[in-house]
Write a protein that binds this ligand. Structure first.
Ligand code: CMP
Length: 131
């Protein structure tokens, strides 16, 4: 997912370019505004964390771009490409190092396992919306 900060700052094209040039195939893609309720549902795993309320408010503050990506070793390679959750700790050249400003406004989200990728893909896309 490309988060509201990166969408608002005009980075959709640059981020998708980095993703495709890194060998990922886009198999589903959409621009969508999450309500507070839907953002809360997406991040429900973090419900008990102190940052949950701010995270939900931020993620429903503007449109996001949702995508399903395919690649061998996709989870690990995508996490390397985006860099650490806190952009201050993200390696030079990573998406968060280049485009993110803070731990909430950190430009992109990535699934942390194949199982969660399945759940998160199903959250955004029907079978009809995938190629
Ligand atoms: P993301 O990969 O989308 O998953 C959960 C998000 O919570 C994370 O990116 C951050 O944007 C946000 N967040 C805010 N504070 C923290 C924190 N202390 N630890 C982890 N994630 C945080």
């Amino acid at each position: 997912m490309i988060k509201p900060d990166a969408v608002a700052n005009g980075h959709i094209g640059a981020i998708l370019d980095k993703i495709t040039k890194s060998g990922f195939k886009i198999v589903a893609l959409k621009l969508i505004a999450l309500s507070e309720e839907k953002a809360g549902e997406f991040y429900s795993v973090h419900k008990e964390r102190g940052f949950y309320k701010d995270l939900v408010a931020f993620m429903s503050s503007g449109p996001v771009v949702a995508a399903i990506l395919e690649k061998d070793n996709a989870i690990e390679d995508y996490r390397k490409l985006i860099g650490a959750t806190d952009p201050a700790k993200a390696e030079p050249g990573t998406i968060r190092n280049l485009f993110a400003k803070s731990i909430d406004a950190n430009a992109v989200h990535g699934s942390d396992s194949d199982e969660n990728a399945e759940i998160e893909g199903n959250f955004f896309f029907s079978a009809f919306e995938r190629v």
